[in-house]
Design a protein around this ligand. Structure first.
Ligand SMILES: [Zn+2]
Length: 209
């Protein structure tokens, strides 16, 4: 009895607990041919209901749209607000202004959505593109806060705009070539947004779309 006990402590006859067959460690995994997945982007795919948006979105309803009119957006028009974010949102919610974008994006990446993509907001004014008049009837208007020539959109603003636009681009099958500047559809009358801001947004979208 004592011998068996000593054997358990100092070795010898294997105890019941160690009587299991020895397992050899698994061989190291062979090197994979696939590259490591890229680091996760702060953008979560907006079409997935399970992943909330990364940037704060506030939903409002502007009165500055054509009641009862539904559009099928084929283009996205980029603007800048000139003014600061809060005041620009308030201006678009004021029926006196008779202007509104679909979405305004702040330099911090916050955004306010003012209308559904299929509503005809009043963002482009007198305008045309490739012989097609009235951009309000076929486009989404999105505005960056401030003056994009003086203060280019921050990385957060670009990513927030991407997050807002992705599901719209997918739902309405809008090619990236159809992202225009307000200046494109109202030349001589409008100069927003800056070509650099347009390029930054298109470049960011091209990484995902
Ligand atoms: Zn504009």
């Amino acid at each position: 009895m004592i011998f068996a006990w000593l054997q358990r402590i100092f070795g010898g006859t294997p105890s019941v607990a160690s009587a299991k067959p020895r397992t050899t460690p698994p061989p190291p995994a062979p090197p994979t041919a696939h590259p490591a997945p890229p680091a996760q982007s702060p953008i979560r795919h907006p079409s997935s209901a399970a992943t909330p948006p990364h940037y704060q979105q506030t939903n409002k309803r502007t009165p500055n749209l054509s009641p009862g009119r539904t559009i099928k957006p084929t283009h996205i028009i980029l603007h800048h607000t000139d003014g600061a974010y809060a005041g620009s949102v308030a201006w678009c919610l004021d029926p006196v202004s008779r202007v509104s974008y679909h979405c305004i994006v702040s330099q911090l990446g916050k955004r306010t959505v003012l209308a559904l993509p299929t509503q005809r907001t009043w963002h482009a004014g007198k305008s045309s593109w490739q012989g097609r008049p009235d951009a309000n009837s076929w486009s989404i208007g999105i505005a960056f806060e401030g003056n994009t020539y003086i203060s280019p959109p921050s990385p957060a603003a670009i990513l927030s705009a991407v997050e807002y636009l992705l599901p719209i681009i997918e739902d309405h099958k809008i090619p990236l070539a159809n992202l225009l500047r307000h200046a494109d559809v109202a030349p001589g009358r409008k100069d927003d947004c800056s070509p650099a801001a347009h390029l930054a947004l298109v470049t960011a979208l091209k990484r995902i779309v």
